[in-house]
Design a protein around this ligand. Structure first.
Ligand code: AMP
Ligand code: ZN
Ligand code: ZN
Length: 307
């Protein structure tokens, strides 16, 4: 029987990258401490912050919500919840997500807001993508970025947290190196500061492997939407993800090393090379943009939706 390294009781989980067996209780403690360390290391939160967690209903952002709620009391920040109902009808995707998210917000007793795209703007992501003949995921990403920012500003959120984790980061890094998108890589930061019209963004699970997120959800009995977006197969990043899994299996810990190394050694160089782009306020809505109209307002015009 494998035993917990801390207390010697029967272990419930093995963390390969650290060659560590832990029982349920000590895993939860280890997990939350690491997120707290990430928050402090990158200066992500301050006492008195109002952290808005963007929750999709999937495992990662749901765990972000629970762990931040638990840490909030300890560190001294407030947590509230944000969800966009994208109206994806295939496989009932959005309905299931919405249900899980609202259950969690209520269980945690949080202030929250749910925005339905259809009700607010008159279209779903599926309809918009069809109308402008662009890939579903591109339209969805654009809409989510814009709408989450708008909701956060309206709710008085000081920082918007997403569920991006260590493996997401690793995939982003490799993908953007492959495509030589160095200017984009320069924006791959633990925290994006607030700018005119843009709320600050933080990624508290940046140093947390996906495997551990799944274990945390299991141990706490967190009910999340265990379905993938039916359009997710379009994403080319999946191949890179599988490649990195193989590498990690062969050399446990290498993903963490790469991401930490990138942030500490590579990001400062990229940032000094690629400064922030010159932006102005969108003529329609004030959102920062390089042109006259922001991408969201251009989308609204093209599909003739109300704004
Ligand atoms: P993804 O691009 O699907 O990996 O999502 C990245 C992050 O965006 C998630 O971890 C969530 O924090 C947030 N997010 C995604 N979809 C939604 C949604 N429908 N409502 C609120 N937040 C979302
Ligand atoms: Zn233990
Ligand atoms: Zn605009």
């Amino acid at each position: 029987m494998a035993t917990c390294r801390v207390c010697g009781k029967e272990a419930a989980v093995r963390l390969r990258y650290a060659n560590l067996w832990l029982c349920r209780e000590h895993f939860l403690e280890f997990f939350e401490r690491r997120v707290e360390r990430t928050l402090r290391r990158y200066g992500m939160v301050r006492e008195g912050d109002r952290i808005g967690v963007a929750v999709s209903g999937g495992k990662d952002s749901m765990v972000a919500l629970y762990v931040l709620s638990r840490l909030g009391e300890r560190v001294g920040f407030e947590v509230c919840g944000l969800h966009i109902d994208l109206g994806i009808s295939a496989e009932n995707y959005s309905r299931v997500c919405l249900q899980r998210v609202v259950e969690a917000f209520r269980e945690l007793g949080l202030v929250y807001r749910v925005l339905s795209l259809k009700e607010e703007y008159g279209f779903t992501v599926e309809e918009a993508a069809k109308r402008v003949r662009r890939p579903q995921c591109a339209v969805c990403g654009l809409v989510r970025r814009y709408v989450l920012n708008k909701m956060a500003l309206e709710m008085g959120v000081t920082k918007l947290a997403t569920g991006h984790h260590l493996n997401d980061f690793a995939v982003f890094i490799v993908n953007n190196v492959v495509h030589a998108n160095y200017a984009y890589l320069a924006r791959l930061k633990p925290m994006l500061l607030a700018r005119a019209g843009l709320v600050a963004r933080i990624r508290p699970l940046l140093e947390t492997p996906e495997h551990d997120i799944a274990a945390y959800a299991r141990f706490l009995g967190i009910r999340y939407a265990d379905i993938r977006c039916p359009y997710g197969a379009e994403e080319p990043t999946k191949v890179v993800g599988r490649f990195l899994e193989i590498v990690e299996k062969r050399s446990p810990g290498i993903t963490m090393m790469m991401v930490r190394g990138f942030i500490a050694r590579c990001l400062p160089i990229l940032e000094s090379r690629f400064g922030e782009e010159e932006v102005r306020a969108c003529k329609e809505c004030g959102y920062p943009t390089t042109g006259d109209l922001c991408a969201f307002c251009r989308l609204l015009r093209r599909i003739g939706a109300r704004g």
